[in-house]
Design a protein around this ligand. Structure first.
Ligand code: SF4
Length: 343
């Protein structure tokens, strides 16, 4: 059984609902360090919980720290089956912290520029394993007396979150209820899995957190070369989906983000910028996040055109940012998360 709540309900049969709430609150509380210390439970229950339910789903293998101390990357191992994942903690522009969580071990999407894509896919993470990446970093900040709260969570680590729909949805619900992190401070990033994107529009249980679509090109052929999950007609299908999304969420703050890794000589020309701007203009309410290429080996190289690319898009009236390169010295930057299966 992989869900702590299910284990709790088995151990404490017919527990009143407030006990389940206390159980989950304890996991997110700063007060407790293990089940033994959860003083709101009777002693024998504390002992039974401590014996049977893991307080933390991961064991730390390494923590890498960027020289600037603004990014940390952890290699975590599951005591259950020995799989490893990486998760990243980054200081954001307001001096708070953003946690980047992995949702799968490896990834089946095989985006050609991404180190994780070279690992292949091992398995989905369970809700508790996703949530515990956040809990791991929260404890880390406290243990190291590092200032600043975790205010944002991004699902941009290993894996395609929407390919692990139910567990990701449960983790979102848990973050919203127990981590006190609001809807607009959580972002789920996807390659654009349209069946899942359509599903979430009709899913009353899907929390309306921010969504980011890894676009990487508004040119069909280029996108297909970069992302094997793309296909002829993808951009039009995405366009139709986005229109439905905006109908459902008409508020201004419900914009969509397009992630765009800028690859020298591949998708960084004026023509690519024009196609991207046109696509974004047709949709409206789109923001573009340009990601300067982080070397992960392979045949790509960084672009000298990132600023010019941004400037062109901006002139077309579209909000466009360049993501700050963080953690490149510890391979913790976007597209660099990879775990040797033997680590
Ligand atoms: S970019 Fe994301 S979806 Fe694509 S291979 Fe890497 S982890 Fe998977």
């Amino acid at each position: 059984m992989k869900h702590r709540v299910d284990q709790f309900e088995l151990l404490w049969k017919n527990a009143p609902s407030f006990r389940k709430k206390q159980f989950l609150e304890a996991l997110f509380s700063e007060t407790f360090l293990d089940f033994q210390s959860v003083s709101v439970f009777p002693k024998e229950k504390r002992e039974s919980l401590a014996e049977n339910i893991p307080w933390m789903m991961w064991k730390k293998k390494y923590i890498f720290s960027a020289k600037a101390k603004d990014t940390y990357k952890a290699l975590l191992v599951s005591p259950d089956d020995g799989v490893s994942i990486e998760t990243v903690l980054m200081k954001n522009a307001r001096g708070h912290w953003t946690v980047c969580v992995s949702s799968q071990v490896g990834c089946a999407m095989k985006c050609s520029f991404c180190a994780t894509g070279t690992m292949g896919f091992s398995r989905n993470l369970f809700c508790d394993e996703i949530v515990d990446q956040y809990r791991f970093w929260k404890l880390f900040l406290r243990e190291k007396s590092i200032e600043g709260e975790i205010t944002n969570i991004v699902y941009m680590g290993m894996g395609e979150p929407l390919a692990n729909y139910e567990e990701v949805r449960s983790s979102l619900q848990m973050f919203l209820e127990y981590a006190e992190i609001g809807l607009t401070r959580i972002t789920v990033s996807t390659v654009g899995m349209l069946p899942a994107l359509n599903r979430l529009l009709e899913d009353p249980l899907w929390p309306s957190v921010r969504l980011a679509v890894s676009l990487h090109s508004a040119d069909e052929k280029t996108r297909k070369n970069l992302m094997p999950t793309s296909y002829d007609g993808f951009l039009e299908d995405l366009f139709m989906w986005a229109k439905k999304y905006f109908l459902l969420y008409p508020e201004r703050r419900r914009h969509l983000t397009f992630e765009y890794v800028v690859l020298g000589g591949v998708n960084d020309t004026k023509e690519h910028a024009e196609k991207l701007a046109l696509f974004a203009q047709r949709l409206g309410k789109v923001r573009i996040n340009l990601i300067p290429w982080n070397a992960t080996g392979g045949h790509f190289h960084s672009s000298v055109n990132v600023e010019a690319f941004q400037s062109y898009i901006k002139k077309q009236g579209i909000v466009v940012t360049i993501r700050r390169a963080m953690g490149a010295d510890i391979s913790g930057a976007c597209g660099q998360l990879v775990v040797d299966k033997k680590s």
